[in-house]
Design a binder for this molecule. Structure first.
Ligand code: GDP
Ligand code: MG
Length: 611
């Protein structure tokens, strides 16, 4: 397949607008997968992805397609050609926006899918600009036109006013009923240019993704930008300088199909004997080892930036080995999580993990529990702050517990990471949303109308303020009608303090947080109240305090259990006593002894809800 007969494209969409369903239909249409396999959404392979309806790991598939013009096999007396189409999937979530832009780097065009009823949403806007800035051909696809509330004309108007896309370019489809799907691939062939690479040049490949296979080791997904790759070639990585042999290469059709060669413009897989996916850096350039000197790396490789950190501890101290094993296995397939050992006085031995964002963290926790049966306690997520000390040194703080309790003495300045948030909502919710955003220390950058009923806003927000429970609150004040997306921005100076939680006078390291000074009293108050509700009465009084340095700012007391209450419970009835003891045993499993106080696991969950 010469490049003229290759098309590389991606489908981008706001979550739930039908990206995965459309991808499946296209794979069926080209006979790449069988119709109605009963396996919904072929490309969403992980259980969490199916459950949450999001794509975490990008997948790629090659399709073969004969472009038949006007139902006729011939055009101008020329037989229609067989095309090789690579559908390069992108993760559908902001946490993975770096991976999205890497995937797009291998494409020349996108299908921009918009739900015909919901219209343009926050991720539609964010994704559009990613594609637009990469100079990709954009084919608008208005999907779900079978819905009774579908209003394709209104969506066309939005596409025109927001993105200046010509309404007559929009394809109308239902990935559910199949209506309009026959126009999709012909549009891909006509409107998306072939890959521009040079066949005669030295090999340059973009590393798109990688995963670990029990039997075959690390499998890399690559896009051949220039030149060609043959089985047995010696190749090197620009990022790590390491060299490998291309032991097996081929295409994803959609399963791994060996071809022995990948030509310019093709997308496929390479197996090299890499030991871990940590060696396979997404966005890396790979070239022939012998041509090291004359090959310029492709632009834009950057290491994953961890924006959210949290401590992970076994719910039961003895499970440390099991947790350690589970984390090791899981990070084999997700090199974007950083892991270091952490010791907490309160929770014992555990790990500090860095994630790309909140969803990434949630998904990791969920996979640990679902796929590896690990029971974990996770501490309040924190963002990486930068502290500058009087001697001029700077420190990235990933763990509040690592800060001295009264940092003000030595710290001369603090910075916190911010994001640029995109929010789309019906205009009637503007008031409450603006209130929420100002409570979260947001600064409005842009405000405009998408059409007569929808508003689009851009805000700068401290990352910290969206990490904790922001999305749920936004959803709840807008009855689910607001959509939200964000991208990383600069560090900004900030007035930060460390908030300690004390149980019976002892600071609990795993409960420490860093908060903005203006909020410290309210947050301290709320944390203490929440903890009082979930910590059971014990044989002695428990004093719960919030403190900044040596200053106590909030206090609650859990009174001691009265002796006669116990006596009554443990009276005569033997079965009742047995039941109680069993119940106690069950409860114990979920308890963590912190100093002398039994703290239930849910206390840590409660802490996640205060911001
Ligand atoms: P994604 O998040 O963009 O990948 O969206 P999915 O493909 O997972 O689709 C989200 C939901 O919309 C699923 O329940 C699909 O069955 C449904 N869906 C997808 N396409 C259509 C369509 O054309 N019409 C209708 N009525 N539902 C659709
Ligand atoms: Mg999906």
């Amino acid at each position: 397949y010469p490049p003229e007969l290759v098309r590389n494209f991606s489908i981008i969409a706001h979550v739930d607008h039908g990206k995965s369903t459309l991808a499946d239909r296209l794979l069926e249409l080209t006979g790449t997968i069988k119709k109605g396999l009963g396996q919904p959404q072929y490309l969403d392979k992980l259980q969490v992805e199916r459950e949450r309806g999001i794509t975490v790991k990008a997948q790629t598939a090659t399709m073969f397609y004969k472009n038949i013009i006007n139902g006729d096999d011939f055009k101008d007396g020329k037989e229609s050609s067989n095309y090789l189409l690579n559908l390069i999937d992108t993760p559908g979530h902001v946490d993975f926006s770096y991976e999205v832009s890497r995937s797009l780097a291998a494409c020349q065009g996108v299908l921009l899918v918009v739900d015909a009823a919901q219209g343009v949403q926050a991720q539609t806007v964010a994704n559009f600009y990613l594609a637009f800035e990469s100079n990709l051909a954009i084919i608008p696809v208005i999907n779900k036109i079978d819905q009774p509330t579908a209003d394709p004309d209104r969506v066309k108007g939005q596409l025109k006013s927001m993105f200046d896309l010509d309404p007559s370019d929009a394809l109308l489809t239902s990935a559910k009923t199949g209506v309009g799907l026959e126009h999709v691939l012909p549009a891909v062939i006509e409107r998306i240019p072939p890959p521009p690479g040079k066949s005669e040049s030295s090999l340059r490949m973009l590393l798109l993704d990688s995963y670990f296979d029990e039997y075959r080791g690390v499998i890399c997904h690559v896009a051949v930008v220039d030149g060609a790759l043959r089985k047995g070639d010696k190749i090197s990585s620009a990022a790590t300088g390491k060299s490998y042999e291309a032991m097996d290469i081929g295409i994803m059709h959609p399963e791994l199909t060996p071809t022995g060669i990948l030509f310019t413009g093709q997308v496929g897989y390479v197996i090299t004997g890499m030991r871990t996916t940590k060696e396979a850096r997404i966005g890396d350039t790979i070239y022939h080892t012998k041509s090291t000197v004359d090959v310029e790396p492709l632009p834009g490789f950057k290491a994953a930036k961890h924006m959210v950190f949290s401590g992970l501890f076994p719910a039961d101290g003895s499970d440390f080995e099991a947790l350690s094993h589970a984390i090791e296995k899981l990070t084999c397939n997700d090199a974007s999580v950083s892991v270091t050992k952490e010791t907490s006085t309160a929770l014992g031995l555990g790990f500090r993990c860095g994630f790309l964002g909140l969803l990434h963290m949630d998904v990791f926790h969920q996979r640990l529990e679902q796929e590896y049966g690990a029971h974990i306690i996770s501490t309040v997520p924190t963002v990486p702050y930068i502290y500058e000390y009087s001697d001029g040194s700077k420190l990235e703080v990933q763990n509040p517990a690592a800060l001295p309790s009264n940092p003000k003495q030595r710290v001369v300045a603090c910075w916190e990471p911010t994001v640029i948030a995109t929010i789309v909502m019906p205009s009637e919710y503007v008031g409450p949303v603006i209130t929420l955003l100002s409570e979260r220390r947001g600064e409005q950058l842009e405000y405009s109308f998408i059409d007569s009923q929808r508003v689009f806003m851009k805000y700068r927000l401290p990352l910290r303020e969206i990490v904790i429970d922001f999305y749920n609150e936004l959803k709840s004040i807008t009855s689910g009608y607001a959509s939200f997306d964000y991208e990383d921005s600069d560090y900004q100076p900030s007035d930060l303090v460390k908030l300690d939680i004390l149980l019976n006078g002892q600071a609990v390291d795993a409960m420490a947080t860093i908060v903005h000074n203006s909020k410290s009293y309210r947050v301290g108050r709320e944390l203490v109240e929440k903890l009082k509700k979930v910590i059971d009465r014990q044989m002695f009084e428990i004093i719960i305090q919030a403190a900044i340095g040596s200053k106590i700012i909030a206090r609650e007391t859990v009174t001691a259990m009265r002796k006669n209450v116990l006596a009554k419970c443990y009276g005569g009835d033997i079965t009742r006593k047995k039941k109680l003891l069993e119940k106690q045993k069950e409860g114990k499993k979920r308890m963590k002894r912190v100093g002398s106080v039994d703290v239930p696991q849910e206390a840590f969950h409660e802490l996640l809800k205060v911001s």
